[in-house]
Every structure is written in structure tokens, then in C-alpha cells.
Design a protein around this ligand. Structure first.
Ligand SMILES: [Zn+2]
Length: 190
């Protein structure tokens, strides 16, 4: 799965229904053509009733306009008088930057965007799971139901055929506890 961020253009909006106003003179894209938005371009914010400016946040790759400013992407910030900066929302999805998961994991400061875009789990730095084995045969077992518990999660499920539980993901190291393991059916292995 690739992670995608669309380019921001003039007239695009924000999470509080603001409006990006790119001054004429930069690159245009799309049909009808609209100016691409670059870091520092103005945004009208209806929430705090001021004019903010756009700010780029990771992950991004260098892509600059004629004056050297970095292009804005969906999920970038509107720095205005709001206590919590609204995020830019692209209305145009025909031009984007795409990233591999491992690439984003290596780009420092990406966690804010990942959380916003719902991808946090996709590249969390820590994952953990258990595999249940039969004590005598040492073969993985199946057909057991189990419970998993971390600080943030309590998960109940049935073991996969290879004896593994689901994976628990987290941004930091946590204790993963197998709260119970109960046989619910006979697992038959080839
Ligand atoms: Zn605002």
C-alpha cells in the first residue's frame, strides 16, 4: 500500500472550511487550470477570522516552485490565530506525491500527518504478537480463542492457522499481555 498526499491548489479548503488563496504567478495545474499552492501562501480562516499562511509538514519530497518554495500537500497546516492549526484539504486528486511505508517511517516528524490521515497503524514502529505452540509436539496450534491487552487496546479473537495472534501496533514499546488462551475447536494441521 502506498501513502498518498494530493497537491494543494488555489481555492482548496481546510478542516475548518477555510480557503487557500494563491497569488497569481506560480505554476498552474488541472482543468480548469489553478495555481499550485506553495509554503507561505495565504489562507482565509473563518474560525479565527484571520489570514493564515500554509506550512509544509512531513512526509514530503522536495518539489519547489519558481521562487524555491516547497509545494503544499493535503494535510499540511494553516498557521493562523487558531490554537490548533487547521489542516489543508485538497479538492483536486489528480496530482499527488506518493510514499512507500518504509520511506515515511524514515522521515522524521511524519507522525502528525500519519495520525491525521489514519495511517498511524500502517507504519507504527513497534509490533508484537504471540504464537501458540503445543507443549509436546512443539507445533503451532489453532482453534484457540485469545485475549490481548496493551495500554491502549484489548483484543479478542481466534488464533490464525499458524498459531499466531493478531499483531498489536504501537508508536512506543509497550507490554503486550496474553490475557487468556482457550481451546474452542480442534485445529487440524496438514
Ligand atoms: Zn484560524
Amino acid at each position: 500500500m502506498k501513502l498518498i498526499r494530493s497537491f494543494i491548489r488555489d481555492g482548496d479548503t481546510t478542516t475548518v472550511n477555510g480557503k487557500v488563496r494563491v497569488p497569481p504567478g506560480t505554476v498552474t495545474v488541472g482543468t480548469p487550470p489553478k495555481y499550485l499552492c506553495f509554503e507561505g501562501d495565504p489562507v482565509d480562516c473563518p474560525d479565527c477570522k484571520t489570514t493564515g499562511v500554509t506550512r509544509c509538514i512531513p512526509p514530503f519530497r522536495p518539489y519547489t516552485g519558481p521562487d524555491g518554495r516547497q509545494v503544499n500537500l493535503d494535510g499540511d497546516l494553516c498557521i493562523c490565530a487558531c490554537a490548533s492549526p487547521p489542516r489543508l484539504k485538497a479538492l483536486f486528486d489528480s496530482m499527488w506525491m506518493e510514499f512507500e511505508k518504509h520511506e515515511v517511517a524514515a522521515m522524521a516528524g511524519s507522525s502528525g500527518w500519519l495520525a491525521y490521515a489514519g495511517h498511524q497503524q500502517a507504519i507504527s514502529r513497534f509490533d508484537q504478537f504471540f504464537v501458540a505452540h503445543d507443549k509436546q509436539t512443539r507445533q503451532p496450534v489453532s482453534g484457540f480463542s485469545y485475549g490481548l491487552k496493551t495500554t491502549a487496546l484489548e483484543h479478542h479473537d481466534t488464533l490464525y492457522d499458524d498459531g499466531a495472534t493478531a499483531k498489536a501496533y504501537a508508536e512506543d514499546a509497550q507490554n503486550l499481555v496474553l490475557t487468556y488462551l482457550v481451546q474452542t475447536s480442534m485445529g487440524i494441521r496438514p
